[in-house]
Design a protein around this ligand. Structure first.
Ligand code: ZN
Length: 240
């Protein structure tokens, strides 16, 4: 069985379309989504609709939480806050209802999904270091956890001592707890502007982090045309 794990789409329709077309060519059985479907980008409703259409099992991100009024906006920087307010105004009732239906954590038989961190998921902490991953290892009841939020792909292993890799292909050892940050579809921040997502081949115990080019210029222009903060458009081609 082949899973596609996508997340941090952030209303970037061009990026999401490119990723889904790559997934189609790889024949994916099931989509999983790690949240932050909206926020920053110019097409929040279209992205919600598309994630619904592909039947993705999805968890709620901090931006999704904020646009439905469930998150204190003081936790956001000024550009993110402006985007949240803009997005909340654009979203249809249908989109909001669906975002409200998302839970913070999903446990499947062999792995779990969360946006930020399994340790107090409602706080949306980041996993950017081995120490951050350790908080998650202690909460994990399954050997594998997928998460996003930092927009920076990374895999951490509960070996002794703990280790990590930035390699795009990760071979899983199910006796070692593993946390995989799958990067971002709609706003990568690892200085590579290409969309990032993961393909998980469950029978092969293999996860591949895939990069896909998309029409960055078009997505950036839409952000400017929508009157969203200029910096949100300028960061896309830089991958920052
Ligand atoms: Zn995000």
């Amino acid at each position: 069985m082949r899973f596609a794990v996508i997340g941090d789409i952030h209303g970037n329709l061009e990026a999401l379309e490119a990723v889904l077309s790559e997934c189609e060519s790889r024949v994916v059985d099931q989509y999983l989504c790690l949240g932050d479907i909206v926020g920053y980008g110019a097409n929040p409703n279209e992205c919600v609709e598309m994630v619904r259409e592909i039947g993705a099992l999805s968890v709620c991100g901090n931006h999704d939480h904020a646009v439905i009024g469930a998150q204190n906006l003081n936790y956001f920087n000024s550009h993110a806050r402006e985007a949240v307010i803009w997005t909340a105004k654009q979203l249809t009732e249908k989109s909001k209802r669906w975002l409200k239906s998302l839970s913070l954590v999903q446990h499947l038989p062999d792995f779990s999904l969360v946006h930020g961190s399994l340790h107090s998921p409602e706080l949306f902490n980041y996993v950017q270091t081995i120490k951050d991953a350790d908080y998650n290892f202690r909460q994990m009841e399954r050997p594998l956890l997928f998460l996003g939020h930092s927009h920076y792909p990374l895999a951490c292993f509960d070996t002794s001592p703990m280790t990590y890799t930035l390699d795009p292909v990760i071979h899983l050892d199910l006796s070692v707890k593993t946390v995989i940050n799958i990067g971002s579809v709609g706003q990568p921040r690892d200085e590579n502007p290409c969309s990032c997502f993961a393909i998980y081949e469950i029978e092969e115990n293999k996860v591949e982090l895939v990069r896909v080019r998309y029409d960055v210029e078009k997505a950036a222009k839409k952000i400017l045309d929508a009157g969203l903060p200029q910096t949100l458009a300028m960061r896309l081609p830089l991958g920052k």
